[in-house]
Design a protein around this ligand. Structure first.
Ligand SMILES: [Ca+2]
Length: 507
């Protein structure tokens, strides 16, 4: 047992001796007023660290200032997080789409193992444990704020026909599913004790933004900018549970379309750029402010070195091919969300690097090297595996690895393959090599450490490497709920995207 007291005295210049708490003005709140935060040196009685996952939505690789790819992005708080932590150069997610990527993060397992292959496979099955359930059982206070996208929704027709009403021939209509059934799949039934879950202006919540608990989950209306509401809920959760070991999942519904921002964020960017880009940058600035508030909260409580924070995007940006500046910015559907995937090729919906290699930062001051740019491939699956290891719970059925020993030893080699299968595409990455197959039409081998990355297909020159990776991918795919590597004609959407983004057809 570790009991720590008065840890922040250096920062507080001796005031700790007189008082345990003082009120200080600190970071800006979402309504632009100084935020009053209790400064307190929290006494923890659990040696296991707090865990925070921050997951953004359709946020491309270029849009993190510390990456140094574009010069119009402004993410000072994320850059500071990268400067005191580790930034992944080859950080991946398991899918180029929301639901499957979230299913992997929440389970710690490849989502295809339990059949959540793409957005058509909601809801997240009750038979699959979540990390929140595991951590809750291990004594953690658990909280989820923002976008869930693992519930029953308009895409749940497969679930309806195969599980809920086998043999049904009527058209699926989410309105006809009883509330009692829908509730089973909400985050508060999937291991999260505290939730503030929602998308636009309606939230299912177990607490209010002053920190007061409700007797049971209820609907809360809040018409303010959705990113700010999620940040408010995140810092409120930290206030509520600062003395407990906690796991907080902050799932920003941004910069996903429909684009939305306030003047406070828009005013940070010049007007002479595509409007969609300006809104995307403004939404990311709001996320960055939220990250700043979360990190400031941890410092105020002396919890910064007791808390590991992962920041990852759920998939690359949708570009709608040519990044057309479709107006008004509130236009949704298959449109550019204003974010960028450079220097990588492609977009959301593909298995090219632009779709699955994302901003990925982890910080744990005092326990991880500061300012490291890590070059071995890592995956979002490693976040739950690391969290579970730090919480001292069983990790034997998880697909990721505990990153801590690797990040602390540059010579420790992570000898593993990472796998993807999405729609009729499949891919594997091992070392510098990536093998990518698009149904029965395209087959590639890329050296991702070369300047050319996905601009040069090296399959013909390296048939042995391609054969080895193809076999590895096939073996993995046979273990999945729907087994196998798809070798059929790709769908219209994916064929269209590859035709646009890849000049070499690989045949
Ligand atoms: Ca997404």
């Amino acid at each position: 047992m570790v009991i720590r007291q008065l840890k922040g005295c250096g920062r507080m210049a001796g005031m700790c001796l007189a008082v345990g708490m003082v009120l200080v003005a600190c970071s800006q709140s979402s309504n632009d007023k100084p935020e009053e935060v209790v400064q307190e040196d929290v006494i923890r009685t659990d040696s296991r660290p707090n865990i925070i996952f921050i997951f953004t939505d359709d946020h491309g690789y270029a849009d993190l200032g510390a990456q140094g790819v574009v010069d119009d992005i402004k993410t000072p708080h994320l850059d500071a997080m990268a400067a005191e932590g580790v930034r992944m150069l080859d950080g991946y997610v398991t899918a180029p789409q929301c639901t499957p990527s979230r299913a992997a993060l929440m389970s710690g397992r490849y989502q295809q193992r339990f059949g959540v292959d793409d957005n058509a496979y909601t809801p997240f099955p009750l038979s699959q444990a979540t990390l929140a359930e595991r951590l809750s059982e291990a004594g953690y206070k658990t909280g989820m704020v923002g976008k869930w996208h693992l519930e029953i929704d308009g895409n749940s027709a497969i679930w309806y026909r195969e599980e809920y009403a086998p043999g049904a021939t009527d058209t699926f209509d989410t309105q006809r599913i009883p509330k009692a059934e829908k509730v089973k799949y909400y985050p508060d039934r999937r291991g999260f004790q505290d939730i503030f879950f929602g998308y636009a202006d309606r939230y299912r919540a177990t607490f209010d933004l002053s920190g007061k608990s409700f007797s049971s989950a209820r609907t809360v209306r809040d018409k303010r900018f959705r990113v700010d509401v999620t940040s408010d809920a995140a810092v409120t959760f930290i206030d509520r549970h600062r003395r407990d070991p906690f796991f907080l999942y902050v799932a920003y519904y941004a910069p996903h379309v429909p684009l939305e921002a306030t003047d406070e964020y828009l005013s940070r960017f010049p007007e002479d750029m595509p409007e969609r880009r300006r809104y995307g940058l403004a939404m990311l600035a709001a996320i960055d402010d939220g990250v700043g508030r979360i990190m400031a909260r941890l410092r105020n409580y002396g919890l910064d070195d007791d808390t590991i924070v992962f920041f990852i995007s759920d998939n690359g940006a949708p570009l709608a091919k040519s990044k057309e500046d479709v107006l008004p910015v509130s236009t949704g559907g298959f449109v550019w969300d204003g974010s960028l995937n450079e220097p990588w090729l492609g977009e959301k919906g593909m298995l090219s690097e632009g779709a699955i290699r994302v901003p990925y930062v982890v910080s744990w001051p005092g326990h991880l090297p500061a300012g490291l740019a890590y070059s071995q491939p890592v995956t979002s699956l490693d976040a739950p595996a690391t969290a579970a290891a730090l919480a001292q719970i069983d990790t034997s059925d998880l697909d990721g690895v505990n990153l801590i020993p690797y990040l602390n030893d540059a010579n420790k080699v992570m000898d593993r393959a990472l796998y993807w299968r999405f729609w009729r595409q499949s891919a594997v990455r091992q070392g510098p090599w990536k093998y990518l197959r698009v149904g029965n039409q395209r087959e590639y081998l890329f050296d991702l450490e070369s300047e050319q990355h996905e601009n040069e297909n090296l399959l013909a020159q390296n048939p042995d490497v391609a054969a080895r990776l193809r076999q590895s991918l096939t073996t993995w795919a046979e273990t999945l709920k729907l087994p196998g590597v798809p070798i059929v004609a790709p769908g219209v959407t994916e064929r269209d995207l590859y035709d646009f983004h890849f000049t070499d057809d690989g045949s």
